[in-house]
Every structure is written in structure tokens, then in C-alpha cells.
Design a protein around this ligand. Sequence first.
Ligand SMILES: Nc1ncnc2c1ncn2[C@@H]1O[C@H](COP(=O)(O)OP(=O)(O)OP(=O)(O)O)[C@@H](O)[C@H]1O
Ligand SMILES: [Mg+2]
Length: 322
Amino acid sequence: MLSIRGLVKVYPGPVAALQGVDLDVPVGMFGLLGPNGAGKSTLMRVLAGLLEPTSGSVHFDGRDALADPMSVRRTLGYLPQDFGFYPHLTGEQMLRHLLVLKGVTSPRGLSALTAELLERVNLTFAAKRSVKGWSGGMRQRLGIAQAIAGDPKLVIVDEPTAGLDPEERLRFYHLLTELAEQRTVLLSTHIVEDVAVLCPQFAVIRGGRLVARTTPRAARAALQGRIFEGVVAPADMTELRATRAVTQTLLVEGRHRVRLYEPDGAAPTGFERVEPSLEDAYLVLMRLGELPGAEWIDVTASNGPAAGAGRPAAGEPVGVRP
Ligand SMILES: Nc1ncnc2c1ncn2[C@@H]1O[C@H](COP(=O)(O)OP(=O)(O)OP(=O)(O)O)[C@@H](O)[C@H]1O
Ligand SMILES: [Mg+2]
């Protein structure tokens, strides 16, 4: 279990990128969903031991990750958001180079380990090709290969699906799901679909604070009966946006198919009630900073909700509260 308490990071400027993050992340896949600039990469760099926080604590399986970063680093795999490649190297050479940098060794030798890892992420076919000709999905899989070298118990992947086409994304989803069977995989993303497909539990971060820690099912249930859909002429869109909480708009044959959040559950004229989606829940959270009616869920607590675990401190302005 990864336990984060009161994590604050203020960059020079000052920029308060993390403003008191409390989070427990259990074994399995866990999503960290948030828009650009929310603080996802900052949090992940702190967890990976690459960035010193201003204050707060991080423990992994009881070990203090900030006081003793080396001990945690040995059990950690990290795929950064901007993963650098040497384009002239072959996949095999690139991975081998990364393993050396990481200090990973194997009793069977580095070549055998490299081949094994490439096989694991389905890249054996491209091992001898130079990385410059690889697709985005192939590169991300190579990034995963280096992250899982040494069989880490905690894998942190920062926006790994951004820029992948649907087919590559699907393949990548399968790989991540496999990895999360025996370890903690913390995945950051701004793509709601990543969470809907992969994550039994997730947290939403906005402006350096967690605004929800919940499950996709609970997030959708919180909006039950309060999402409506209708078709709107382009000329009416400005007024609609000014007066209603629009969660999604889709252009269909020159008209807008619009989804709305209506807190009182009353259908606006011409709109009908629909099943809430995770996208609706995320957009309501982004708009309001909370998901009214949902609970702040301590899904990691083994004996009912742990007091305070994963909750914002009392008096914080945001949070999903009963
Ligand atoms: N080295 C830095 N110095 C100063 N400010 C920074 C630095 N790195 C990040 N920030 C700021 O901290 C905030 C959080 O940035 P961060 O990169 O953690 O967000 P993010 O959620 O990963 O965003 P994205 O989705 O764009 O990757 C932003 O306001 C960003 O501009
Ligand atoms: Mg980022």
C-alpha cells in the first residue's frame, strides 16, 4: 500500500503545485485523473523520488519513501510523461541502455533480461529495428519494459496513453491490466476513458488538490437522475452554457447534442433523462469542484472507512462529501 499524507510542493515562483494531498493507493490499478497543470506529474515525480516535496510524507509498504528513497526506488518502476529516446539505437540497445542506467541486473545476464522484457511487452519483432521508426504505442511499451525491469511492486506511469491511436491504446490497456494483477500501478491521465476502462478506483486532482477519491460506479451513481440530453440549435448554445451546467456537447448534423447536469433532477423542456457517464461525473467535478451526493470513498480501508484516510482536511473548500 502506498500512503501519501499532507503532501505539499511549492515550486519557485511560487507555484503551489500540490496543496496537501492525502491518498492511499492499494494493490491493483489506480487512476489519477486531472486536467493539464493539475499537479499529476509533480505528484508522480515526488513518489518516484525525483523531486523533493515542500512538506508531507510518503510511505510504501511501511517504508518511508522520502527519508530512504533508495530502498523504495529498488521496488519502483516509473514511466515519465516525457520519455527520451536515442532514435539511432535499436529497441534492444535502447532497453539495454536503460537497464544499465537503472542498475538492474539479472543472473542470466543483461541480454537475456532485455530479450525477456521485450517479449513481455510484445516488441520482440522490432528488437533489431531503430527506435526512430517506431510508433508511439511501441515506444510506450518500451517505456513499460524498463519500468517493470526488476519486478517492482509499485509502478508509476504518467499519462502513458496520450497520443496513442485507438488500436495502440487498447493494446496498452491490456498490458497495464496484466501488470496490475500483482502490484500497485498508479496511472495518471486526463482521459476519462482510461479510468473507465482500467481503474476500479481513482482519484481526481484539480489545482493541486484531490477533489474525489471514488470508484467509477459510485461516481456515476452520484449523478443518477440528474443528467439530461437534448438537441440544441447553435444559436441557443451561448445562453444554454450561461444558464445550465453543460457536461458534454457533440455536433451531429449541424446541431448540438448536449448533456446537462440538473442538480434538482427536473428535465428542461426538450431534454430527456439519461444514464450518467463517467465523463459527466468528471465534468461536474471540474465545474463544481465536488460531486454532490457522492461520498468521499475510503475504498482502501479494510475495516470500514478509516478516519481521515484519503479525505481532505477539515475546512478544505473542496471534496466529495456525503
Ligand atoms: N519546474 C517547475 N517550476 C515551476 N512550476 C512548475 C514546474 N513544474 C510544474 N510547474 C507548475 O506546477 C503546476 C502543476 O504541474 P504538473 O506538471 O504537475 O501538472 P500535470 O497535471 O502533470 O499537467 P499535464 O497534464 O499538463 O502534464 C502547473 O501550474 C505547472 O505550471
Ligand atoms: Mg503531467
